[in-house]
Design a protein around this ligand. Structure first.
Ligand code: SF4
Length: 346
């Protein structure tokens, strides 16, 4: 296909020089891929350097404890990626002598590694012809070929995979996958693609049919659930309390202030009833709302309110399962972004 050589020619002239593109070390490629899921390159780059500096190889990561890894991950979100990354590092060290397997099925059996990440490792590290189909590549192909099937349906994936497989077999797999992703990231962008500088513009069907803004098609919008979090900043002299989230929910194993979740946005009166039900020791103490903020996750919107409660000096109260920390000592714990923001604002 002429278009394959055009894409590769374009890539060789225009690619961004990124550290994971100049290595074939499967560990670093995998690390970059995990960091870059749901993350912009500019932000991901900092985390990539931090992780490579702290854990230069898979053995050092496998030896790390989860709290330290989560702390280094703080701010990137989607913390299950970090937990899975650690599990996979340990499995590779324990079961594969610290060497990444070059087998798709084995890779896909490891925590956090799916079809896309396994193909990225196999092509970028081992130069094997496995097409890496990410959101950027879906966009380029759906526009170029005018594919109207919704990209979020599993059966559509097969259509794209077959097209890409035929393309990758005519090229150097490592360069081809990089080129397709780069084209989607910097030229065939979701809004206002730069068709004038696109190597596919001459016969791109979306451009010819004036359908660029209609492609790719998605069948469903993600329904977001709104939740109402009330964090209690319970202050005793210079100290306050945090607890580890152990429930099967968002932010597992991260630390937060004592939380009361309500069905709707709570005013001071409603919340004080809930607080006193949970902590009768706090009866008669003033609760002052400090900050409200909205935090948006993929499937949830969190309406968060922070409430301050000052304990008298003589108090010996400690909320159940909580740790006592101060502004310095709490920085060693991995905190969700909104909690960290709140504490930094004090
Ligand atoms: S011509 Fe435009 S719409 Fe078509 S693939 Fe290139 S950038 Fe995307």
């Amino acid at each position: 296909m002429q278009n394959v050589s055009d894409i590769i020619k374009w890539y060789k002239k225009n690619f961004r020089d990124l550290p994971w593109r100049t290595t074939n070390d499967a560990y670093k490629i995998w690390l970059a891929e995990v960091i870059l899921q749901q993350t912009q390159i500019v932000q991901g780059l900092d985390y990539y350097y931090k992780f490579v500096a702290e854990y230069p190889d898979i053995a050092s990561l496998a030896n790390a404890d989860e709290e330290t890894v989560l702390k280094l991950w703080q701010g990137l979100g989607y913390y299950s990626r970090a937990r899975n990354m650690l599990k996979t590092a340990r499995l590779i060290v324990d079961e594969y002598h610290g060497i990444f397997p070059s087998n798709k099925q084995i890779l896909m059996s490891l925590p956090g590694i799916g079809d896309y990440t396994s193909s990225a490792i196999l092509s970028f590290s081992f130069n094997l012809p496995y097409p890496a189909l990410d959101g950027n590549v879906f966009r380029v192909l759906s526009r170029y070929f005018n594919i109207e099937e919704p990209i979020d349906k599993p059966q559509t994936r097969k259509i794209f995979q077959d097209i890409l497989q035929a393309m990758i077999e005519q090229a150097d797999p490592r360069i081809f996958n990089n080129a397709m992703m780069e084209l989607g990231a910097i030229v065939c962008k979701p809004n206002q693609p730069d068709c004038e500088n696109c190597p596919l513009s001459v016969d791109c069907q979306a451009r010819i049919l004036n359908k660029i803004n209609l492609l790719p098609v998605k069948s469903k919008k993600i329904q977001k659930r709104t939740r109402f979090f009330n964090y209690l900043f319970i202050k005793h002299k210079e100290e306050f309390f945090i607890r580890k989230r152990i429930e099967k929910d968002i932010w597992v194993n991260l630390f937060e202030l004592p939380l009361i979740e309500t069905d709707a946005k709570a005013g001071a009166q409603t919340l004080s009833i809930k607080v006193y039900e949970k902590y009768p020791e706090l009866t008669n103490l003033n609760m002052i709302k400090q900050v409200s903020l909205k935090h948006i996750l993929t499937h949830q919107v969190l309406e968060i309110q922070f409430w301050r409660i000052d304990l008298p000096d003589e108090s010996i109260f400690t909320p159940e399962a909580c740790l006592r920390v101060d502004a310095d000592s709490c920085t060693k714990y991995a905190l969700p972004v909104p909690i960290n923001k709140f504490l930094l604002s004090l």
